[in-house]
Design a binder for this molecule. Structure first.
Ligand code: PEP
Ligand code: MG
Length: 325
């Protein structure tokens, strides 16, 4: 099967009914980069920048960060890379950084919250990203956004960095694409404000599911207890797709569910045209979508999601659809 997937590397990911789906890969370290061309991914949809921090024994300096990003961009060889601003805290532990014990680290002082309280840390990263992308496009996004005001605050810092760099004669990125991850449920009631504010939205389904179901993603007793392909979560994702269409905002999803062929099928049925996953999942997901009638699935899936009393679980419907079509 591995051989079969490799043969698909240069095949365009287009559904039977002609929808071009963008298949991106997730990465975080230099060792991931060769997989970009091996997998035939369209680019890196999620680059987890905190990994450089997690494997270091001291805080990476501006020059180290810049050199690292520069190298990533070079190795990506013209394919787009979406850098995610530091997502420290929760399940992502940086030994030399955190000092206080927290009762609920997943709900605690982490990601963009921490970055906004330590603006020096964030500004250093923004500066490194801007410098590494000089003359090119910089695509970056913020993790764990809970309130749209947090985006404004980061934009202000970014603007300061841009001014600082141009004042000192540095070359700036040719274009900046600024996005937010949607992984905290509070954003569901700020979708239009959010989408007016950013160039793209990327759903972090691992955290969005964890927070929606109040089920710790790292706790085996509860993490599989509720179905990602059940009604509540799929209805939630459908709302996000509708908002993105309404606002003409680029939308992607970069959680683990994108890498499972059955869930990826559901996502395409909901209207996602871009997904990002681990590199090894690109082949299997592409094989699935090449034989998928997305429109037919969309109709069946939407009808099932609209039902008040379910005929069958959505997962069963998806399995049946995959077998019959
Ligand atoms: C997610 O939460 O779905 C996500 C992609 O980010 P991470 O897994 O790094 O938290
Ligand atoms: Mg996350």
């Amino acid at each position: 099967r591995q051989e079969q997937f490799r043969a698909l590397r240069d095949v365009e990911p287009v559904t039977l009914d002609g929808k071009r789906i963008s298949l991106m890969m997730n990465a975080g370290l230099m060792v991931d980069l060769p997989q970009l061309s091996e997998s035939g991914a369209d680019g890196i949809g999620l680059f987890r920048t905190e990994l450089q921090f997690m494997i270091a024994s001291t805080m990476p300096k501006l020059e180290e960060q810049e050199a690292f990003y520069r190298n990533v961009i070079k190795q990506a060889n013209g394919l787009p890379v979406t850098f995610r601003a530091l997502d420290i805290g929760g399940d992502k532990v940086v030994s030399y950084f955190r000092s206080h014990e927290e009762e609920n680290p997943a709900l605690g002082w982490r990601a963009i919250r921490l970055s906004l309280d330590r603006p020096g840390l964030l500004r250093t990263q923004l500066r490194a990203l801007l410098r590494a992308s000089a003359g090119a496009e910089l695509k970056m996004m913020l993790p764990m956004v809970t309130d749209v005001s947090e985006i404004h605050a980061v934009r202000d810092l970014l603007q300061k960095e841009v001014q600082h760099l141009s004042k000192f004669g540095h070359n700036l990125p040719r274009r900046l694409q600024f996005g937010a991850m949607l992984e905290v449920p509070s954003l569901m009631w700020q979708l239009d404000e959010l989408m007016a504010e950013v160039d793209f939205v990327s759903v972090g389904s691992n955290d969005l599911f964890q927070f929606t179901m109040a089920a710790d993603r790292g706790n085996a007793r509860v993490s599989d207890r509720f179905d990602m392909l059940g009604k509540p979560f799929l209805r939630m994702l459908r709302e996000i797709v509708r908002a993105a269409e309404r606002n003409q905002t680029q939308l992607t999803l970069c959680g683990e569910m994108a890498g499972k062929p059955l869930s990826a099928m559901a996502l395409i049925g909901l209207g996602f045209q871009s997904v990002s996953m681990s590199a090894t999942a690109i082949g299997p997901v592409k094989a699935m979508l090449l034989s998928l009638d997305a429109e037919k699935l969309a109709q069946a899936l939407n009808a099932a999601l609209d039902e008040k009393r379910s005929q069958e679980p959505i997962r069963a419907l998806l399995i049946r659809f995959a077998a019959e079509n």
